[in-house]
Structures are given as C-alpha cells and as structure tokens.
Design a protein around this ligand. Structure first.
Ligand code: PNS
Length: 159
C-alpha cells in the first residue's frame, strides 16, 4: 500500500491544493490530506470547517482528510505512510521546503518527501494571498472552488 500524507494548513483550500491532491491521488494508493492543528495561528476557518470544506471539494475515493498535531513524521509513521507530498510553486518555496524535507528525513529516514510542481495556473496563488485579496474586495474567481468562495463570503458577513 503506497500511502502518502499531504500536510498543510489549508486555510482555505485553493485550486492549487486541489491540483496537487488530484495528481497525487493518481500516484499513490491513498492520500491523506492532513491539517495541522496549530494553536498559534489565527486562522480564517476553524479546523472543523476546513476539514468539512476539503471533504466537499476533494471527493476522490482514495483521498482521506484528517488532522494531526505534533511532528509530521510521527503522524506519517502512525498512519503507515512512507511518503509526504508537498507542492512547489516558485523558487522562493524551495528553501523552506528543502529545510523541512531534510529535517524530516533526519528525524525519520523511512519517510520520503515527494515534490510536485504546482500547475502553472496556480504557481502564484497561496491561501494567504487569496484571503488578503478577498478581504480587500478583489476577485478570487477561478482561484478557489465556488463553494469555498461562498464560505469565505459567509465567514466575512457573519464575522
Ligand atoms: O501549508 P503549510 O502551512 O506551509 O504547512 C506546513 C506544515 C504543516 C507542513 C509544517 O508546518 C509541519 O509539518 N508542521 C508539523 C510540525 C513538524 O513536523 N515540524 C517540523 C517540520 S521539519
């Protein structure tokens, strides 16, 4: 069983994430989209909302959504996953991703990080930028699924 973890904050999930999920789901028997429970950050959506939103827009049969806390490699071992998937957009992602991949390998050599190049249409988008543009009234059409855009509208109107 080739099981991979696709970890992240997904606040919220973007079309760039979905592209990586879709492509990795064709490479592995199972992909677990794993949301980090990070109490330090002030997210737009709660962890429960993010899990539900990902389940709604990433319905492939071999994709599972879960949460984790602590070290990613400990979670991967507990899930019997030998692969971690990360998307790389621009060269600016490389340094941070390299550090994480090397640290994770040092901590757990049995877990291999696999990098997928982001689709060119998504190479400049991030959850952070999408939230900023959205909050300032700019269009995010085509950058997140319609359902996610609706949830963002609801979140802003309901506070
Ligand atoms: O989408 P993000 O926010 O860039 O994802 C970062 C994430 C969740 C992959 C990273 O912060 C992580 O793995 N955190 C878990 C704690 C951990 O294992 N830290 C050591 C990484 S070398």
């Amino acid at each position: 069983m080739r099981r991979a973890i696709y970890p992240g904050s997904f606040d919220p999930i973007t079309n760039g994430h979905l592209d990586i999920i879709e492509r990795s789901s064709r490479m592995f028997d199972e992909v677990i989209v794993a949301l980090l429970l990070n109490l330090d950050k002030q997210p737009m959506f709660t962890i429960e909302e993010r899990v539900e939103m990902i389940r709604a827009v990433a319905p492939a049969s071999n994709v599972r959504v879960d949460t984790f806390k602590g070290l990613l490699v400990h979670y991967a071992v507990a899930q019997e996953a030998r692969f971690v998937v990360r998307g790389i957009r621009a060269i600016s992602d490389y340094e941070y991703e390299l550090q994480m991949a090397l640290m994770n390998r040092r901590l757990e050599p049995g877990v291999e990080t696999v990098f997928l190049m982001a689709g060119e249409a998504y190479s400049y988008i991030s959850s952070r930028l999408i939230k900023e543009v959205f909050k300032l009234g700019g269009s995010i059409d085509g950058l997140v699924p319609k359902l996610i855009e609706e949830r963002m509208h609801a979140k802003i109107s309901n506070g």
